[in-house]
Design a protein around this ligand. Structure first.
Ligand code: FAD
Length: 465
């Protein structure tokens, strides 16, 4: 088995920052990981929209590598290829405003919270742009598709400083590629999303449950029974996690229904009889990310931890295989308590909105293939457990990827959850026409490979794996 590929999140890169400056407003700040004395003052600080051309022209002329950073939540080990670089920190592009057609335009430093606040609902954490670049999976995808399906327009700075717009009306090829492979072509400055009327007064039905390990088969069987023709308003997140009190492995399940209380309770009751704890509530959309799933998503934003993550998409959840993983996870934590923040996560979201669009709608290649997203996330602070953590996650990802377990004859991985050991086709699709289209876009918009830090698309379509 390969040696550990410890994730180097941007958060670690930012620890190496030597100088940061910026004055707020719509300014990108530059964080210098490498500081050269001869650098002129115009790049020693921040840049306004209008100065992108000068800035990027200077950077390319002087052969300086850069990396855009929106939320700093990017996990991919491919980020390690960017060294001695200037980090273009987009956090000052943090705004969200409603347009007259009720779409919302956000700067790439805006969080989902900013976006949702502007729309009149709410959310929390994660810069909205970063997730959308890889597609953007989420609880409402059953109703409205993935996040990037709602993008109507982007404004970007290309490698040479040219500012372009991309939409259905202009630069359509770039617009296609940005939605699913968007880290590859330029720096996204602003994105405009379509919005939708809130249902049920903006209230969502939420229930958080826990189960002992003995109920695992029943939980998995129940989820499996819901997957065919899954209700578009239903979203289930299942975790193998460690109980904070007993320090034993348990199953936790968060169910959210973006519809009526009665509708949501119908599904919750399927799990209720064998749950150990059962806490139901109606939660305003504004509070869902911080309160649903026991607040687990927000907790995962904590800094200072190592994260090593492998993932795959799976049509099926074979009960016997998940029993083996669960038992193996329990044994792992007993043997290595330093891994007790680790999780096995299964996201089971509605498919209707995703599958409603044609397969070639955007660069996101997995329509009809993301019934379950399984994530093996190893979390620790002490590197002595790094090898064993990697062996566990890598090994089980490979087992789950076998066709008899996943239901797919090849590995399928959501790009934002990629590890860098997958064939690129697992992230961007196996169709040759996709390879040709993406490589052609790369040649047009990033011919010198300035945006190669995140699952880089090859210039030559012959180089696809
Ligand atoms: C706790 C947690 C929860 C998550 N939940 C979800 C989820 O529900 N749904 C989902 O789809 N994903 C989810 N993800 C994955 C997430 O979408 C990716 O990690 C994503 O890359 C994060 O975006 P970011 O803005 O933080 O990216 P960053 O870490 O800032 O950057 C990641 C990559 O994108 C590039 N990039 C960043 N900003 C720009 C820009 N403006 N223009 C061009 N390139 C840019 C960077 O250069 C880098 O290569 C989650 C991740 C975490 C850590």
């Amino acid at each position: 088995m390969a040696r550990p590929r410890v994730v180097q999140p941007l958060l670690l890169i930012s620890a190496a920052i030597m100088a940061v400056s910026g004055t707020g407003g719509s300014l990108a700040r530059f964080a210098y990981i490498r500081q050269e004395p001869e650098w002129p003052p115009e790049i020693a600080g921040s840049v306004h929209d209008a100065s992108w051309p000068d800035f990027l022209e200077f950077m390319t002329r002087n052969n300086i590598t850069w990396l855009a950073r929106s939320g700093g939540h990017g996990y991919s080990p491919t980020l390690r290829t960017i060294q001695n670089a200037v980090m273009v920190n987009m956090e000052n592009f943090r705004y969200a405003s409603i347009n007259s057609d009720l779409s919302v335009s956000i700067g790439s430093g805006a969080t989902f919270q900013d976006m949702i606040d502007a729309v009149g609902g709410a959310g929390r954490e994660l810069r909205a742009t970063g997730a959308s670049l890889g597609g953007g999976v989420g609880r409402l995808q059953g109703k409205y598709g993935i996040t990037s399906d709602s993008i109507r327009r982007v404004r970007m700075a290309l490698w040479n400083g040219t500012i372009v717009e991309a939409s259905d009306d202009i630069n359509q090829d770039l617009f296609w590629g940005v939605r699913g492979a968007g880290q590859n072509f330029g720096i996204v400055i602003e994105t405009t999303f379509e919005t939708y009327p809130a249902s049920d007064g903006g209230m969502h039905y939420n229930v958080d449950m826990t189960f002992s390990g003995e109920s695992l088969e029943t939980v998995i069987d129940t989820i499996n029974s819901l997957i065919p023709d899954m209700d578009p308003a239903l979203a289930i997140i299942t975790l193998f996690t460690i109980d904070a009190d007993s320090l034993e492995a348990i199953v936790a399940l968060g169910l959210v229904y973006a519809g009526s209380e009665v509708g949501g309770r119908r599904y919750a009751q399927l799990f209720a009889p064998f749950s150990r704890t059962f806490n139901e509530s109606l939660i305003p959309w504004v509070d869902l990310p911080s309160q649903s799933a026991g607040g687990g998503v927000a907790a995962n934003c904590q800094t200072g931890l190592r994260h090593n993550m492998y993932s795959l998409a799976s049509r099926d959840l074979p009960t016997s295989t998940y029993r083996e993983i669960y038992d193996s996870f329990s044994e792992l934590i007993v043997a290595y308590p330093g891994l007790n923040r680790s999780i096995v996560l299964i996201e089971t979201f509605g498919q209707e909105g995703v599958s409603a669009l044609p397969n070639d709608y955007s660069a996101f290649p997995h329509r009809g293939e993301i019934h379950n997203l399984v994530v093996l996330e190893m979390v620790y602070t002490d590197d002595t457990v790094a090898d064993v953590a990697d062996d566990f996650a890598h090994g089980w990802r490979d087992v789950l990827a076998q066709p008899e377990n996943s239901g797919y004859d090849r590995l399928v991985v959501y790009q934002n959850y990629g590890h860098d050991d997958e064939p690129l086709s697992a992230l961007y699709g196996y169709d040759e026409w996709r390879h040709e289209r993406l490589s052609s876009l790369k040649r047009s918009y990033d011919p010198k490979g300035h945006f190669n830090g995140y699952h880089a698309i090859p210039i030559d379509s012959a180089d696809w794996s």
